[in-house]
Structures are given as C-alpha cells and as structure tokens.
Write a protein that binds this ligand. Structure first.
Ligand SMILES: [Zn+2]
Ligand SMILES: [Zn+2]
Length: 224
C-alpha cells in the first residue's frame, strides 16, 4: 500500500518493509520469512511497474532476521548495496551471534528462530553512523533494541521509520520485545521525541499518523 506518494509499505511481509520510489528504489528492511523476497519482487513488478534491479540501496534498521533475513537474496537479485549501522554490521555479516535471553525465554527464542526464519549472513557495503545520510534519509542511531538499531528520517515527507524501537498496535504505542537493553531503548525514544515528524512507520504494527511525534512525546513522558 502507498503511505504517501512514492513511499510504500509492502503488504503481507513480516517484519514490515518499505520502498521509497525516487530515481532509484530504496528498500528499508527485507522481511524475514523465506517467501518474503518473492512478495517484494512481485510488488515492485506488479504495483510499481519497476524492475528489482532498480533497487539501489537496502537499508536495514537492525540485524534481526525478521528485518535482515532476505537481504542476502535481494542483494544478489538486484545488485543493491546493503547499509546497516556499524554496531550491527558484524551480526548481519555472521561474525557475531545474536545475544539471546537466558533460561526458558532464550530457548523459545532459539527454537522460533530456527523454525520460522532463515538467517543468511550478508556482508554490508555501507556501515552507517549517527546523522549519516543514506539514499536521502537521515540516520539516527537509536540503540537498545540492538546495539546498532537506527531510525531513518525522511525530511521531505516528515516520515520517521523506527524499526523495532517502537510500534503502534492501532490503539497504543509500545516498545518492541526482545530488547538487548531496555534503558537504552528509553533513552533512544527520548532522542526521537525531540524530532518533528508526521508519520511513524515501524517494523511491526501499523502506521501512526497524523501528528506522530506528538503521540510519541506523550508515550516518552509515560515511561518510568
Ligand atoms: Zn522485528
Ligand atoms: Zn528486532
């Protein structure tokens, strides 16, 4: 579906992924289920009437498999360059393994990962830092969900892509699960609350609009 002219959310892909249509195509996250690559390609061909080879940049909000799981496939297919924050680069490249919680919760996470997601390592072409510009988007380092989680701000549309920092479930804004550091997540939400944006697009859940930043500020204030 088209969120605003030229910015699309691809339906039926989990986690959510987005395409920005300008000169070339920019993909934000790739979904994680094996069939998600095919859905992304179909959307580009059938809805956008473009070719997958027009994807110039794939920006990953963080290394988790439900966001980065198809980056390897889509990079091969399109020749796009893959960008991720430098602190998540070793995870997505397979040089570091994902820290999972201890005990029963950790076991459940491991089993779910192996059953439902395939995690193919991909070597990032670009390692991002806070305030870098990538494909016209401003990178904002918002650690806590993972060490290298980022938000991406599109100034022209006043859209903020937040990955798994927060999500809107249709009624409330909430933090994502499986954060590596909850205090850091809260600090990152406060950082984001200082920006003026109209629409928040998250890695799960549905678009939050209008006046998204006003609602995020209220959410930030409600945190302990
Ligand atoms: Zn996710
Ligand atoms: Zn995540």
């Amino acid at each position: 579906m088209e969120i605003v002219p030229g910015i699309h959310q691809i339906d039926g892909v989990n986690g959510n992924c987005f395409i920005i249509v300008r000169n070339g195509l920019t993909l934000i996250d790739t979904g994680g289920m094996p069939r998600n690559s095919a859905k992304i390609v179909k959307y580009i061909q059938d809805i956008l009437k473009r070719k997958p080879s027009e994807i110039k940049t794939i920006v990953l909000t963080h290394f988790h498999v439900d966001h980065a799981g198809n980056a390897c496939d889509l990079k091969k297919l399109s020749g796009a360059r893959v960008a991720i924050h430098e602190a998540d680069a070793d995870y997505v490249a397979g040089r570091k393994t994902q820290p999972v919680p201890g005990g029963a919760k950790g076991m459940i996470v491991k089993v779910l990962m192996s059953l439902f997601f395939r995690s193919m390592p991909v070597e990032p072409d670009i390692k991002l830092c806070d305030q870098d510009t990538i494909a016209g988007l401003t990178t904002i380092h918002t650690p806590g969900h993972t060490p290298g989680s980022i938000c991406l701000f599109d100034r022209s549309s006043k859209i903020l892509f937040v990955g798994d920092l927060m999500r809107f479930n249709g009624t409330d804004i909430e933090m994502g699960p499986l954060n590596s550091d909850t205090r850091e997540v809260q600090k990152s939400i406060n950082k984001i609350a200082a920006i003026d944006f109209d629409i928040m697009l998250s890695g799960h859940g549905i678009p939050l609009r209008p006046d998204a930043s006003v609602k995020v500020r209220e959410f930030a204030k409600s945190l302990p």
